[in-house]
Design a protein around this ligand. Structure first.
Ligand SMILES: [Zn+2]
Length: 211
């Protein structure tokens, strides 16, 4: 397997470990971390740094009986649900976003399929399936797009992206990803604004892309 060559930025890692990333982006970051030892080590270092800062803050006094109340509450808490684990090409954070089920693809035309995993004011999270050798309609972004390859590969003006690679596309990037030959390319993509397509026909597809 080719090693991961496209990693998370420091800004994204910091936002993730401090809980400041919107849900769709946090899922992509978590999925990359589950595939990438080097970014996981960076995230742990950032967490330790954050913990060291917290340690310098004097602890607040706890009211008498608070510990007993906490322990009593824990005694009556329902058992935690069994965690959803990764399956096949989908790491655990993606399986969680899928609710533990395999994807339910929706055809977009040209053999391209997607499943919207979440969509709202904090952005959208989707799985995309692009047949080998197929181009995704050229588009630009109204914001940030994070794309993580789960199977196959794609290439665009930023380079070639294989399994585990993450592309960070800002709003100024016009790009036309083309899936590599071989296996279909399956990606997890988070966007914080609707994609803007340039050509007429893809513009007709846009309502499907943005739900
Ligand atoms: Zn990485």
């Amino acid at each position: 397997m080719t090693p991961i060559t496209h990693h998370l930025s420091d800004a994204l890692l910091d936002a993730y470990v401090t809980g400041n990333l919107d849900h769709p982006f946090a899922v992509v970051v978590a999925a990359h971390l589950s595939l990438c030892d080097s970014c996981r080590a960076r995230a742990e270092a950032a967490e330790m740094l954050g913990g060291a800062l917290l340690d310098r803050i004097a602890p607040a006094p706890v009211s008498p009986g608070a510990q007993d109340r906490l322990l009593a509450a824990l005694d009556h808490a329902p058992p935690p649900p069994r965690p959803i684990t990764g399956s096949g090409i989908f790491p655990a954070p993606v399986m969680q976003a899928l609710g533990g089920q395999p994807p339910k693809w929706r055809m977009l035309g040209g053999g391209i399929r997607q499943q919207i995993l979440s969509a709202g004011a904090d952005g959208a999270l989707r799985l995309l399936y692009i047949p080998a050798g197929r181009a995704v309609p050229e588009h630009s972004h109204g914001g940030l797009e994070l794309t993580l390859v789960l199977q196959g590969s794609f290439a665009d003006s930023q380079g070639r992206f294989g399994r585990g690679d993450v592309e960070i596309a800002q709003d100024d990037l016009d790009h036309q990803p083309v899936a590599g030959s071989g296996a279909p390319c399956i990606c997890l993509a988070a966007t914080d604004a609707p994609l803007r397509f340039r050509a007429m026909i893809p513009r007709l597809l846009q309502p499907l892309f943005r739900i």
